[in-house]
Design a protein around this ligand. Structure first.
Ligand SMILES: Cc1cc2nc3c(=O)[nH]c(=O)nc-3n(C[C@H](O)[C@H](O)[C@H](O)COP(=O)(O)OP(=O)(O)OC[C@H]3O[C@@H](n4cnc5c(N)ncnc54)[C@H](O)[C@@H]3O)c2cc1C
Ligand code: SF4
Length: 338
């Protein structure tokens, strides 16, 4: 691990002021991802600003009937919050499918959104990786790519986003609230903006080292959930190599609104298949107006996967994703997968 300096922020304003003046700095929240990456020499911040004691750990009702999840609320506290588990069960399930109890007790919501890919080559500083070292090449393209992307990849990077929580947040159409160093409502630093979840994470294109639309000097303060939680008909299905403590090979957040035996609205997001949680509105629309049957679930899965491409070791993911989508939709609908 390389030497770095460290400060602890005592206010949101102080945190954004501190990072604005110091390029190469990073916030640290639970530290469960950033410190591992620093130990592996995959990230080299010169300065850390500890935000773990900022008052951003609450879960609160919003004026429109939704919920605001503080960026520093722990993953465990979020998943077990009674309002989250009752109104957004798909989100609770997704969080609890991730990591281990000890990690979820430490990991924060903001950090979960910004955790970096688990591509082996990204962690191995002896191999080329455009995400770690722009312009150095991609070890996974010609190497072992069993866990890599089948959708939205580029010739520069075929990594996937590893988060479970983010897949459910994409299906729920959450919004990310951030503050930056521009003038805020009180006159000091603290300009605010919101980013729709669909626009938060990026596809790799020719700049795979940039994971999100968040600027380096911005702090996530909260994640807003809209009132609609699809509590009656939703699920999160995670397919992985071990029953627990493993990242998703493929995961599916499926949510349906069913009225008079017909799907009125559908939301479908996949994890483990792309550089960001993958949603496809055409696939969702294909479900609308149809009865919740295996036939319509399969048709939606095929639409979602129509541009899927494997890179050799991960070809199996295309078939796996189709089956996982059909099973998750059947589980959400409360029917048997046909
Ligand atoms: C062994 C292991 C297994 C895991 N398995 C899973 C799994 O199966 N599924 C899953 O989804 N996750 C898994 N995780 C990942 C875990 O969920 C993340 O490490 C965790 O959510 C990161 O949160 P943190 O608060 O510790 O972030 P940190 O490590 O503190 O920070 C991560 C990044 O976010 C930035 N950051 C943090 N908070 C903010 C903020 N408020 N504003 C701006 N920037 C911020 C930091 O600068 C850093 O770049 C696993 C982790 C480990 C170590
Ligand atoms: S897939 Fe992306 S993260 Fe992995 S080696 Fe290639 S460039 Fe790096």
């Amino acid at each position: 691990m390389r030497a770095f300096t460290y400060d602890r922020a005592d206010s949101v304003e102080g945190a954004v002021r501190g990072i604005a003046g110091r390029p190469g700095s990073r916030f640290v929240a639970g530290g469960t991802n950033l410190l591992d990456l620093m130990k592996a020499d995959a990230m080299r911040p010169a300065h850390l600003i500890d935000i773990s004691r900022l008052p951003l750990d609450r879960i609160e009702e919003t004026a429109d009937g939704g919920l605001r999840l503080g960026a520093l609320a722990r993953n465990a506290d979020t998943a077990y919050d009674e309002r989250v588990s009752r109104r957004y069960p798909m989100l609770s399930k997704a969080i609890l499918a991730g990591a281990s109890p000890q990690l979820r007790n430490m990991a924060t919501n903001g950090g979960n959104l910004l955790q970096r890919t688990r591509c082996y080559y990204f962690y191995d500083s002896a191999t080329p990786c455009n995400k770690r070292e722009p312009g150095s090449g991609c070890g996974a393209l010609v190497g072992v790519n069993r866990i890599h992307a089948i959708l939205g990849a580029s010739e520069h990077c075929i990594a996937v986003h590893p988060s479970d929580m983010c897949v459910a947040l994409a299906a729920l159409e959450a919004t990310v609230r951030v503050v930056g160093p521009g003038p805020g409502p009180g006159g000091g630093p603290g300009s605010e903006r919101t980013i729709p979840f669909a626009a938060f994470h990026r596809l790799p294109g020719d700049a795979p080292h940039i994971d999100t639309e968040l600027r380096p000097d911005e702090l996530i303060t909260a994640i807003d959930l809209p009132p609609k939680g699809f509590a009656e008909h939703s699920t999160y299905l995670k397919v992985r190599d071990r029953a627990s403590y493993a990242f998703a090979l493929v995961s599916v957040a499926a949510a349906l609104e069913i009225a008079d035996g017909t799907v009125a609205e559908a939301r479908l997001a996949l994890g483990g298949v792309a550089h960001k949680p993958w949603r496809d509105e055409e696939a969702e629309q294909a479900l609308a107006g149809k009865p919740p049957t295996g036939e319509s679930f399969r048709a939606a899965a095929r639409i979602l996967l129509r541009r899927a491409q494997g890179y050799g070791h991960n070809d199996f993911k295309i078939d796996l994703a189709e089956r996982a989508i059909v099973r998750a939709l059947a589980e959400a609908a409360g029917t048997e997968a046909a």
